[in-house]
Design a binder for this molecule. Sequence first.
Ligand code: TYD
Length: 392
Amino acid sequence: MKKFLDLGIQPLANSYLKRKDLHKKEKKFNLSAGFDKKNYLVSILRTIPKEKMFNKDYPYKSSESKTMRMAFKTLAKKIKKRFDPKLVVEIGSNDGAFLFNFDKKKAVGVEPCKNLAKKTKKKKFKTFSEYWDINLSNKISKIGKADVIYSANTLSHIENLENVFKAINILLSENGVLIIEDPSLLKCLKNNAYDQFYCEHIYIFSTIALNKILSKHGLILFDIENLNTHGGSNRYYIKRKNSELNKIKYSVKKEIYKETKYGLKKLETYEKFAKRVRSSRKKLLNIFKKIKSKNKKIIGYGATAKSCTVLNYCKIDKSYIDFFYDTTSYKINKFLPGSKILVNKYKKLDAKTDDYVFLGAWNFKHEIFNKEKKFIKNGGKFITHVPFPKVI
Ligand code: TYD
């Protein structure tokens, strides 16, 4: 494993602080990323025990984003039409945004965060509030084999990938389909989106790396879709090698070609990325300093886990950003970890009072710009660091 990026000392990204805990010492760790030349796998080098990240206080709820709800609805429709599954199992079912599109007799959720599992259980969807592993897979297999196993933004959060895929192999039916969705490493590098690295994102998958892991487990990619979610993700369709299902689509070859051409098999590509990241930090900080020197006000929009990496890496704190706006009920009136910037309940932006707005949720840029048309029209400005620091 060769380290290529050091993002400094960071708190746990989703550990928003209550006012009464502001004086307490936060748990911090060194966030750095490395490249495994043998498996072409990119991962963070120090990991945090899963129980510290995925527990009853997990703040992220898929249902709170309209974009995500719509994406899940469309996908569920497509899955029914294309694969007609008798049983769908979702690993990381969150608060049910995907699962609720299925008949409750045909869908099972896996969600270790009890606050979220409660939501699907309440609607009578069978939900296992446990971490995904071989034991759990054996348990679920007793209900039946899964024709579709779906997992979005979850498998990259689990350290032991051997165990993950062995467990999948137990549960997947003979001609079953595994559908995985995760941020694309290629997009992350192209966007200089170093904030895809934080404690929960243990891996950022490339198709090349994923392919290697799958082949060890008798699994094979047969289709890929490029998505806009989470700043650029891939949806991977996977089957057993001896499955009778679909032929391998050209999309697989194309994605691997794109990734190889960009250099995802070479350490040098990652070292160049790290250089761009260091320059991005310098430029972003200069933008903030320049604005502050004119006594203008900056607020943040979308208190994301991603912005935690940016703020702590660039050492941007409340002397630069007055507060963040966010729509997530759990985050409101809490403080961002590390930078300790307050999160306020979302209010429509007003160019009279808000001069500059840092886009923490840059992955929802279009949705946000649409919502804040008036602010933009009245001369309000946004600051983003993706793909490079600039004022919009
Ligand atoms: P998300 O994209 O899941 O980022 P991460 O995985 O890095 O935490 O989170 C988006 C956050 O942005 C979420 O807290 C909700 C917030 N948000 C708003 O406050 N307003 C909006 O209009 C949008 C689209 C998001």
